[in-house]
Design a binder for this molecule. Structure first.
Ligand code: IVH
Length: 686
């Protein structure tokens, strides 16, 4: 007998609940209950039902983690509340001072939650009525990039919240902050695969995670082993009850929790994964001991951490302590000192950078520094080299701090050992032989357009992840292309054919075809990426985005005078000079024209939403009829306004629904403008 539609629907619901439970057990709790085979059978059954009855498919179905069609660019999305960073230091003294400040401001005993500081990529995930609504990277803290489709593919990001522990209801809005990272073991496996496929390996797990998170094609993200750990509630709004006690907002008063411990336990109950080994301490010495413990275990963990984070456990005093524009005063990152090792400096060579700068580079006897083998370290410039007086053959102390290229910290004395002569920077460019010129502490190759090293570095930058983001075009391939004379200027890249590439070492048919395809499809790109890729001195990814948003058209930017550029927020006189200098240089202009003649489509960022309510705060009281509280909040925020939970003289408007509470009276006392529902809706329309 064929099942009725109702029966099929119930079966699909059952399967979803069952699969969600197993997903949670496997990815969050790390204690699977069934075999992979049994899981696959459930999954395939659900997929089959959803295929046969597409109208039964829901967006939060566990089958919907497979990735979606690629986007042409990531949208800019505002955060629910600004994502601040953390005050931080490596010194225990600074930590003690932080503790003293907190104790001064808080009555009674002080407790902190301490946890590892995960070294990944920050992410805000937002649930509306329990369903994943969006995911946003940190960006500039106020707005970030919308990476919802990518986040959906991360197994430890629930698509739907579980019913909370202890009857905790599902909030109407929940914004969670956490970290996306890659386990070291997964990272190494990923890199092994890339090297085998002839692709450039990622520098470190953090870059790999950040790159995967910002992919335009979520089907690629899905193939990357990403993990999500949640550690903070940015905002929570409980269901619209219309009563005063039904409202709470993290950025205002408490969130309905008394302590952070309760808040993160709620997150756990809703199905999110928290960092391991978090602890509660009442004494700053215990926090210091915790830090030492983690520093000791650091190399044994399967993920990178760069310190430990302390957070005041009680939430009410947090509000009193408040924040600076950068960081909250109730939290502190106690960082680890950079990892150092001592090794032999075997040789000093000189590298030529994108702008012709010559950088002395130390070639080292390979040494392991915190799990990474280091064989090269930067010596920065001529002056630094002289100051540190390191010479070939010396014993040196090197350090690796997070992302930064390893550095030579100092020479280690070896009394009685015969040292070599001091290193001299070359008088001619080691790549092209042209004369070098001294510019302050730097030595620069004068052959700006003819030096193959400058060309290679320039192309690498142009196609890098922040630029055109061309997969499969790493530094080795660029060197081959330039070396073989196939590419004499960046524009030549776009004339390459598979037949050209077949001549190169390591290029078979598929790889040649794929690279040409990747190069061709990069001609449609975000304006900001193109601007960044040009490699204008002083113009990094952020400035490039600012320029793209302001000018929206490359031709207009190229014509902009220095005074016009300086009108743009964040662009000062030095930067504006570098930009105009770049575009007014005939050779640069010709190179840009040549690139554009290959048929580029440069997409400007979406128009910014209206900020008509910028700076205005809204308080709601009573029941609204035609719009829910969370919808109203969203609308206000999309126009740049804020929703807060209590009335003060600074409140912009009180919105009064049916059966208002005491807030209405308070608003009248304080002369805060009061809107009824209709007036509020009209204001939104305007
Ligand atoms: S708490 C207001 N806890 O560190 C600050 N942050 O420098 C709330 N991070 O971008 C953040 N592990 O992404 C917190 N256990 C942890 C963390 C953590 C890593 C990151 C976070 C932020 C950066 C701050």
């Amino acid at each position: 007998m064929t099942p009725t539609e109702g029966e099929v629907r119930r079966r699909a619901d059952r399967l979803r609940a069952e699969i969600r439970r197993h997903d949670h057990l496997y990815h969050v709790e790390d204690r699977p209950e069934i075999s992979d085979g049994a899981y696959d059978r459930l999954f395939r059954e659900l997929q089959a039902i959803e295929e046969a009855f597409p109208h039964l498919l829901t967006l939060d179905s566990p089958t919907q983690r497979v990735g979606a069609d690629p986007l042409s660019e990531l949208p800019v999305v505002p955060h629910v509340v600004p994502m601040l960073s953390l005050d931080s230091s490596e010194s225990a003294e600074d930590l003690r001072r932080f503790d003293e400040r907190v104790r001064k401001a808080v009555d009674g005993p002080v407790e902190y939650l301490v946890e590892p500081k995960l070294d990944g990529s920050s992410l805000e995930v937002v649930y509306v009525d329990g369903v994943l609504d969006r995911a946003v990277t940190r960006g500039n803290g106020v707005e970030g990039e919308g990476v919802t489709e990518n986040a959906r593919t991360i197994p430890s990001v629930p698509l739907r919240l579980r019913a909370g522990r202890d009857q905790l209801p599902i909030p109407s809005l929940l914004a969670v902050r956490g970290e996306v990272l890659m386990y070291l073991s997964s990272f190494e496996e990923l890199n092994r695969g890339r090297v085998e496929a002839g692709l450039e390996p990622y520098a470190n797990p953090r870059n790999a995670a950040a790159g995967a998170l910002r992919q335009l094609d979520s089907r690629i993200t899905r193939t990357r082993p990403l993990e999500f750990f949640a550690f903070d509630i940015l905002d929570v709004t409980w269901a619209d009850s219309g009563t005063e006690d039904g409202e709470a907002s993290a950025n205002e008063e408490a969130m309905g929790f008394d302590t952070d411990e309760e808040a993160v336990e709620a997150l756990r109950g809703w199905g999110l994964r928290l960092p391991d080994r978090t602890r509660k301490v009442a004494d700053i010495d215990d926090a210091i001991a915790y830090h030492a413990e983690f520093a000791r275990d650091r190399d044994d963990l399967d993920y990178e951490i760069d310190g430990v984070v302390l957070k005041l456990n009680a939430l009410a005093p947090r509000a009193a302590l408040g924040s600076t524009s950068h960081h909250p005063r109730w939290a502190f990152a106690f960082k680890f000192a950079p990892r150092q090792e001592v090794t032999r400096l075997e040789r000093i060579t000189v590298q030529v950078g994108r702008t012709g700068k010559l950088t002395p580079l130390a070639l080292l006897r390979p040494v392991e520094v915190g799990g990474v083998t280091v064989s090269r370290a930067s010596l920065h410039n001529r002056e630094e080299l002289e100051r540190k007086d390191v010479r070939e053959g010396d014993l040196v102390r090197i350090q690796r701090a997070g992302d930064v290229i390893p550095q030579v910290v100092e020479r280690v004395e070896e009394p009685g050992r015969q040292r070599s002569e001091p290193f001299r920077m070359p008088e001619a460019c080691p790549r092209c032989g042209a004369a070098v010129v001294e510019k302050g502490p730097f030595v620069v190759c004068s052959n700006r357009l003819g030096c193959p090293a400058q060309l290679e570095r320039g192309i690498e930058h142009f196609v890098s992840r922040g630029g055109l983001d061309i997969e499969g075009l790493g530094s080795e391939t660029v060197a081959l292309l330039v070396g073989e004379g196939l590419v004499r200027e960046p524009a030549d890249l776009f004339d390459l054919t598979p037949a050209d590439l077949l001549k190169l070492d390591g290029f078979a048919e598929t790889r040649s075809r794929k690279l040409v395809e990747a190069i061709q499809s990069a001609k449609k790109t975000q304006l900001a990426r193109f601007i960044y890729g040009l490699g204008i001195p002083e113009v990094g990814a952020t400035v490039a985005r600012v320029l793209a948003a302001e000018f929206r058209d490359l031709a207009i930017l190229r014509e902009a005078a220095a005074e016009r550029l300086e009108e743009v927020e964040g662009i000062g006189p030095i930067m504006s000079e570098k930009i105009t200098e770049f575009f007014n240089d005939d050779a640069r202009a010709a190179s840009v024209d040549a690139i554009l003649s290959k048929g580029f489509e440069l997409v400007p960022p979406p128009e910014r939403e209206s900020r008509a309510l910028e700076g205005k705060s809204f308080v709601f009281t009573g029941r609204l009829d035609s719009i829910t509280r969370s919808e109203a909040k969203k609308r206000v925020e999309s126009l740049g306004g804020r929703v807060v939970s209590s009335v003060s003289s600074a409140t912009g408007y009180l919105v009064r629904g049916e059966r208002p509470g005491s807030k209405a009276k308070k608003a009248e006392e304080l002369d805060v403008p009061v809107l009824d529902e209709q007036a509020f809706l009209r204001l939104l329309e305007e």
